[in-house]
Ligand binder design. Sequence first.
Ligand code: ARG
Ligand code: ZN
Length: 876
Amino acid sequence: EIIHLENYQPTDFILERVDLTFELDPTETKVEARLIFHRRENVDVNAPLVLDGDELKMTGLLLDQETIEPAHYDAAESSLTIRNLPASAPFEITITTEINPEANTTLMGLYRTKNIYCTQCEAEGFRRITYFPDRPDVLAVYTVNIIAEKATAPLLLSNGNFLGGAGMGDGRHFAAWFDPHPKPSYLFALVAGDLGVVEDTFTTMSGRDIALKIYVEHGKEPRAAYAMDALKRSMKWDEDVFGREYDLDIFMIVAVSDFNMGAMENKGLNVFNDKYVLADSETATDADYANIEAIIAHEYFHNWTGNRITCRDWFQLCLKEGLTVYRDHEFSADMRSRAVKRIAEVRHLKSEQFPEDAGPLAHPVRPTKYREINNFYTTTVYEKGSEVTRMIATLLGADLFKKGMDLYFVRHDGQAVTIEDFVRCFEDASGRNLTQFALWYHQAGTPLVSVSVEYDTAKQSLTMALEQMVPATPGQPDKEPMHIPLRFGLLLPNGSEATATSVAGGEVTGDVLHLVERKQTVVFEGISSRPVVSFNRGFSTPINLHFEQSATDRAHIARHESDLFARWQALNDLATPNLVAATESARKGEPASVDPSQVETLLAAAADETLEPAFRAQVLALPSEADIAREIGSNNDPDAIHSGRQQVMTAIAKAGRDVFARLVENMAVSGSFSPDAASAGRRALRNSALSYLVYAENQAERAIKAFRDANNMTDLSQALTILAHRFPHDVSTTEALDEFKIRFEDNALVIDKWFGIQATIPGDGALQRVKALMDDPLFNASNPNRVRSLLGTYAFANPTGFNRPDGEGYRFLAKNILAMDPKNPQLAARILTSMRSWRSLESQRADHARNALRDIAGASKLSADVSDIVERMLKG
Ligand code: ARG
Ligand code: ZN
């Protein structure tokens, strides 16, 4: 069944209050829901109340405490319909259901993870707990009573503020919670069990003291210190930058080890995948620390963008997610290096979102139809949604953007709203018409902007001819021209910047050129000499840019741009044609020839001490194999891409041996471990240099030594990755892998890394290795992190190992997806999206991929999650 945006209707009944009582039991939990409703004005007096359910067993149903005649209701697994209800007076429905948390392997609704009761209700998990109007535009105030055995569940948590609790004399105890803020059911949470806690406090800008608690497994408390620090910084930042103050007396985070996603912003009670909470120097990498900081912030920021103001329906998911990702990006940029953060964001956007937007799963940031909403928690909704928010800030400028955000918070507090409501706030605050701009929410596909420039010495004028094209995507063959805000710079030969005396043919505000027509010619007068044009500074707009620029011009940008992101982009653009050419050579079985001047420019940047180490590390991280595949676009051969890229790496490594040796020496971080961005940057540059040195020497010694010397997880896992990827058959690699496994056997998050490193070893042997690892006693098919670390990493991040010419990789994945689907459809569907770019492969692989997808599609009893994905992948 497909749900369409245009069919949106408010509910017939308004929910006034929710009173829930849970009698927790691992296999027979009793839930009593008392719901007070009244019929909305002007709704037909005969209209029944229809509530959502999912796999529910109802054991009781009352209307105002009286039993309801069986003729007046229908209870099915997926809905409860009640007729003959009062015309206008409020009434109370009491529903009793019985659920089995232990048997709930979907990890949606109420489930058990390591003896902890835990919930995940977004998007439609609450209906697995009780019959309910389970949709985001139904906001109500909740009271929650939890009863459980005291010995095994001393901790009973839910949303809001703690009302009280006591023992019950029978070995059980209860706790009551009240959340004064009206909320939709997807923000409900309950956690019960035995956990350790880390406590702190935060004083808000108006002087209120908030109790902060992070709950983790006993013994892991010290590893929650960084998360607590990140939480306090997030709370302060949201006050300083967005003027947002926290609104309950307590803020809790619970870390659990079985979780489908990263984390969840339940009101006052965030539930996290423990991967995004737990860290110490011995077990977490710098990337882990950065992710923890970002995700703690993300979930906290949802308190305003998502919870206080929520979505009218799930089509509006980007209303909360795009905006909240934008907010967490800005937070991380303020905590760390803004330029390096931006580079990392763009790399991620291009490697994840661009392929989605170019393939069969492409959809608008604000879709208009869906079959399974879980499949729309995508990088398009999240990351492209964030970019669209960023463009609003670019278009309006910081002050008007702030004015628009303030208006949004005042106008819509306590409401469930739409993207149109959001955009209108910025129109009203700025007086600007954003109708054309809003196409970014509605048209899927990455726009392609082609530019050519011409300088006229006699007239001292620069002419830019621009053209935009938005590619066809599933369901959207024809596109309207978009409003594309392109930041740019005109760099003169001495490196300074030219400003035009006048501009004709288009609007330019500051350094933003507004491309609004399909074709547009913009003339800049008064440019004293031929400038080098730097386009899309800071990646101001998420487009593919087609602009023929000489290597000399790119090198000029790399040296002189004031925008550091643009400098990185120029260096990346210099490397790309070399990598594409090397791929072509490899395909013909010829050795790659690498342009020495490009290598020199790259090495000069790597050695440039005026640049921060983290930036230089980003320069040395060449475009990935997926980036190269995207650049080539079609008829891809992952083996040729891999081999071409390896050859370019080797050429750089050999030419830069001295540079790299010096970096390994100079970038060593002394003193005790600190996860700060500057130290992390030094480690990143040093490890990158180390990896190049190993390429140059083609010997394992240096990596073995690095593995022995490492005193933190970043260095240790990097050294192990180099060993495993470069010398998979070496006895020292086997020894290092074994040693690592034994040392960290008790730490699931580190063992995930151990699986991941091996799953990404490129080449022919990968499949056998992954199969063997599935039989390892440490593999656990019911733990999502573990499944992602082995199967997910293999399918998403091992292009040669997965895309085997014989198609065995696809068949293996298909078999595993089918095995996983009945237990955890969400996870199965997510991992299956790794095949989203199958059509851009060369025909032999593409045929195998299609057949594997058809095998999945033809299987009986597929979940809605998997069948939606597989059908769209075969069709689009
Ligand atoms: N709202 C959560 C976040 O972005 C993600 C929850 C997704 N859950 C799901 N079942 N798809 O922070
Ligand atoms: Zn979110």
